[in-house]
Each structure stands twice: as C-alpha cells, then as structure tokens.
Design a protein around this ligand. Structure first.
Ligand SMILES: Cc1cc2nc3c(=O)[nH]c(=O)nc-3n(C[C@H](O)[C@H](O)[C@H](O)COP(=O)(O)OP(=O)(O)OC[C@H]3O[C@@H](n4cnc5c(N)ncnc54)[C@H](O)[C@@H]3O)c2cc1C
Ligand code: SF4
Length: 342
C-alpha cells in the first residue's frame, strides 16, 4: 500500500502550490493514471484533482481558431458544434479512440499525456527504460507487434497511443501550459519527443507544469478535404496499429495548394511528414502523387520483425487516407462511434 494524499484544487494557483510539489500528479479523468497506479508503474504521493479549475470551456478565438479547455471531456469536445463544423478531423480522431464510457471520462489534457501501451512498460517484472531508466528494454527482441517503425532508438521502441494527438499534430495545435514560474505555449510538433537516450521523458513539459488549454489555428481551407483513418486489431475499443490524419487544400484545377499528414501508432510521438507534405504541394491530386508521398514518408521506416507489416500497412493507409480526403470530408465519425448518441 502506498499512502496517497488527495487534493481537490479550486484555482490554478492552488493546483500549482509548492506544498504539493514533491511526488505530485495532476488527475483529470483518471482513465490512464489510475490504471498505472494499480500496476505500480506510477506512484505519486499526492493527487491534485484539476476538475474544479474551470478549464472545461470550448470557445472560438479572435483569430478564428478554437480554444479547447484541458479538462473538457473528449466526448464533449468531439460533439461540440464548433468542433463538428470547423474541425471534423479532430472529431473523427477522438471518436476513433477508446469507448463511449472512456471518452466521457477522459479529458483533453490527460489525452495528451497518456502513456505508451507497450506491455513491458506495464509489467514491472520486466526491464523498461521508460519506467525504470537504465534498466534496459525488454521489447527489443521481444513481442513487437505494436511497436515503432519510425524514430525509435536503441533505448526504446514504444509508440504513442493517442488518436486525438494525431489530429492535433496535423492541425498544428499549440499547447498552453502554466507553472509556478509563469505561462508558456508549446507548438504541438515540439510537445511530444522521440525516445533518444531518455525514453522516460514522453514530452517537453517541465515537472509540475499544468496544461490549461489546447489552441487550434484556423483550418477553414482544409475543411472540404480531410480524413482520419485508423487500422486496429478489433473494429472498436483498440489502439491503432497505424492511423493517418490527412488534410488537403485543393484548387479548382485539381492541384494541391497545401497538405498535412500525420501518422499514429508508428512512432514515439505523432509523426508529421514535412517531406511527404512538400511532395504533395503544387502537384495534381491523384493516385501517383499520393503514392509518391507515401513512399517518401515511409522511406526511413524500420521494422522489428513482428511489426514489419506496419510499413506496408502505413504506406497503403496514407494513400487511402489521401484518396478519402480528396473525395471530400464527410462526417465519418459514425464509423467509430458505434451506438453512441451525442
Ligand atoms: C481500455 C482503454 C482503451 C483506450 N483506447 C484508446 C484509443 O483507442 N485511443 C486513444 O487515443 N486513447 C485510448 N485510451 C486512452 C484514453 O484516451 C486516455 O486514458 C485518456 O485520454 C486520458 O485522459 P484522463 O483525463 O483520464 O487522464 P488521467 O488519467 O487523469 O491523466 C493522464 C496523465 O495526464 C496528467 N494530466 C491530466 N490532466 C493534466 C493537466 N491538465 N495538466 C498536466 N497534466 C495532466 C496526469 O497527471 C497523468 O499523468 C484508452 C484508455 C483505456 C483505459
Ligand atoms: S519499448 Fe520503451 S516502453 Fe517498451 S519496454 Fe522498451 S523502453 Fe520500455
């Protein structure tokens, strides 16, 4: 038994209070943190509940974007009219994750900080550099079906599990955080990190920093052509083997004016593909252009044996997602939502 102090914070200053600094973990929906505590993977001595911080609004910004509160629930975010109408890619990605019950509990801030689903990370009897730095990596040479094909290191081959974050990467979201030292904003591309020689650090968040909001820049020029495609072992309630967020801005002449591509399930962070995006821009949208972009995107991919299939799967998924996006954004969230009602 580990003794735990539980505190319900009512304002941000209180949540950041120095009296909780040692061993503090913020808790929102608890859908990941409590699981990890039960498995003894994480052992905070104080839980600071952030649900009373009034950070659950979803509102337009002056620049025409959107501000998502950190404690807004994933379900409330996906079904919000401003998200449904302006950011269908984000809606589809959120609804592709977990189950209706979990999405009703899970918060936006917690979604960004959910930890890898590598089975060795959850099993404290095995070596894991992410859980216990310097202990080794049991996944290398072990069961690797879920593991990374891009950006892995000799210290960790885990993947980032979030669907929402793949859409946020493509949308070039900005994460607003605050600590006792002040507030700052982190570009989404810099928020999650590759494992390198410090896989224990999932993000560039400093210890004790609290996520307050996620800001979405305007994305109207992509509204007509976006798609989120997820491949997984079961039709629902499973993490992605490979997922793709694709956004196209296509002119009347059929030429791509702008493009965004992000992959999930393939790397330690949502994987943006600037080279592949550049290869789409200025070309006529169609099968050859899409195949070329997919080839570029996967050119550095390396499997671990068991997960080699992901390279082919990702290549095909990119082509299919781009084709779906070209055909037009449709509200494909029903494919993910099952019998859930708004
Ligand atoms: C069975 C199951 C299946 C799932 N399937 C999927 C899936 O297919 N796709 C997918 O994307 N996700 C999936 N999830 C993950 C789920 O989306 C996450 O558990 C959830 O989003 C985490 O949000 P939370 O509010 O519950 O976070 P919590 O568990 O409360 O917290 C998670 C982490 O974030 C920290 N934290 C929380 N809020 C803040 C904040 N405001 N500032 C700083 N730190 C904070 C906590 O300290 C903790 O470290 C699944 C989860 C389960 C249990
Ligand atoms: S892949 Fe990463 S998370 Fe999994 S066992 Fe190795 S170090 Fe741990």
């Amino acid at each position: 038994m580990n003794p735990i102090t539980y505190v319900e914070a009512t304002d941000v200053a209180g949540a950041l209070g120095h009296q909780y600094a040692t061993g503090r973990a913020f808790i929102a929906g608890g859908t990941n943190l409590i699981d990890l505590m039960k498995e003894q993977v994480m052992r905070p001595s104080t839980l600071v509940d952030v649900n009373g911080l009034q950070l659950d609004a979803i509102e337009s910004t002056a620049s025409g974007g959107l501000l998502l509160g950190a404690t807004a629930r994933n379900a409330d975010t996906a079904y919000h009219p401003l998200v449904r109408d302006g950011y269908p890619l984000l809606r589809a990605a959120i609804l592709a994750g977990a189950s209706p019950q979990i999405r009703n509990m899970a918060s936006n801030g917690g979604n960004l900080l959910q930890r890898t689903r590598c089975h060795y990370f959850y099993d404290i009897a095995t070596a894991c550099n992410k859980r216990d730095p310097g202990s080794g990596c049991a996944a290398i040479g072990g069961l690797t079906r879920q593991h990374a094909i891009l950006g892995a290191s000799a210290h960790c081959i885990a993947t980032h599990p979030s669907d929402m974050c793949v859409a946020l990467a493509a949308l070039e979201a900005v994460v607003h955080v605050v600590s006792a030292g002040g507030a700052r904003q982190i570009a989404f591309a810099d928020f999650h990190r590759l494992p390198e020689d410090h896989p224990e650090r999932d993000t560039t968040l400093a210890p004790g920093e609290l996520i307050t909001h996620i800001e979405l820049p305007p994305a109207a020029h992509f509204a007509a052509h976006s798609a989120y495609l997820k491949f997984r072992d079961r039709a629902s309630y499973a993490f992605a083997l490979v997922s793709v967020a694709a956004m196209l801005d296509v002119g009347d002449d059929g030429v791509v004016r702008d493009a965004r591509l992000a992959l999930g399930g393939v790397a330690h962070k949502p994987w943006r593909a600037p080279l592949a995006e550049a290869a789409l821009i200025g070309r006529r949208a169609g099968p050859e252009t899409f195949a070329h972009a997919a080839e570029l995107l996967l050119s550095g991919a390396q499997g671990q044996g068991e997960n080699d299939f992901k390279i082919t799967m990702a290549r095909r998924a990119v082509i299919r997602a781009l084709k779906q996006a070209l055909e037009g954004t449709h509200d494909n969230s029903h494919e993910f939502a099952g019998k859930e009602s708004p």
